[in-house]
Write a protein that binds this ligand. Structure first.
Ligand code: DGL
Length: 270
């Protein structure tokens, strides 16, 4: 297969990464995309680094077996825990991208000398990956991070529009740790679904930064630079695999992808 016609592989702990997939689909309509949701091991946010690394290697092997030209880690927790290892492991077989670096670049461009907040899972926040990358820039950016582990499961259960979730959001965002921030990074691929509630909480005083669009743009930039854009005329094919199948996962795709899609069960761990 010609290199530029090979598919893009995207994976996440489950269905949340579909927010990234949606942005990629919109920006790169001609690309074939294979999505893998590791629903058998969800949530990654509470797992150890070692566990997430071993899941990621297995998923990468699957995506490589499908001849993916790029593997995009559409999960902050997995980007924090496994990106470095996966990049080394995959080597020249495919390009590996994460959802953290494009956001760090955006923060570098727009928030030098400013104070920025981050919310995400325990894995993402405790890994300190955002803090390390932002400190390395030496742009005088202060990062204030808070783990918000209740949000992802509540969003998945369809609570995004409910008052009880607004209360949980308000409680987290009122935490003194986040005092004085000028922007807030949504460091979890589930959070675009609660972007509006977060914006309402801040009443326009804090910019809310969602990574899905910047990640999609950075992927397009890479494909352009490497001459790997798929120039076919037809609409690209989308395939969705999960490591554990339930009807409820399929229903949840509507929330994150904007339409219900058919999930194929691929029992990677059996
Ligand atoms: N989508 C994951 C992330 O971006 C969070 C969900 C999970 O804990 O698996 O961190």
């Amino acid at each position: 297969m010609l290199k530029n016609q090979k598919p893009i592989g995207i994976y996440d702990s489950g269905i949340g990464g579909l927010t990234v997939m949606k942005a990629v689909r919109n920006l790169l309509p001609n690309e074939d995309i294979i999505y893998f949701g590791d629903t058998a091991h969800l949530p990654y946010g509470d797992k150890s680094t070692e566990a997430i690394q071993s899941y990621s290697i297995k998923i990468a092997n699957f995506l490589l077996s499908q001849e993916c030209k790029v593997i995009l880690i559409a999960c902050n927790s997995a980007s924090a825990a496994a990106y470095k290892l996966l990049k080394e492991y995959v080597g020249s077989k495919a390009h590996v991208l994460n959802v953290i670096d494009p956001m760090v670049s955006l923060v570098a461009e727009q928030y030098a000398q400013k104070t920025v907040g981050l919310i995400g899972t325990k894995q993402t926040v405790n890994s300190n990956v955002y803090a390390k990358k932002i400190n390395d820039l030496q742009l005088g950016i202060t990062l204030k991070s808070l783990a918000t582990p209740l949000l992802a499961p509540m969003i998945e259960e369809g609570y995004a529009e409910k008052n009880i979730l607004n209360n949980v959001i308000a409680d987290y965002l009122a935490n003194p740790t986040l005092e004085g921030i000028e922007a807030l990074i949504l460091g979890c691929t589930h959070y675009p679904l609660i972007m509006q509630s977060i914006q309402q909480f801040y009443e326009g005083k804090v910019a809310v930064l969602d990574s899905s669009a910047v990640v999609a743009r950075s992927l397009r930039g890479l494909l352009e630079m490497q001459n790997m854009l798929n120039m076919q005329e037809n609409k690209g094919l989308s395939q969705f695999y999960v490591s554990d199948y339930t009807q409820s996962f399929e229903t949840t795709t509507q929330l994150f992808f904007g339409e219900t899609v058919s999930l194929k069960h691929y029992p990677l761990w059996e």
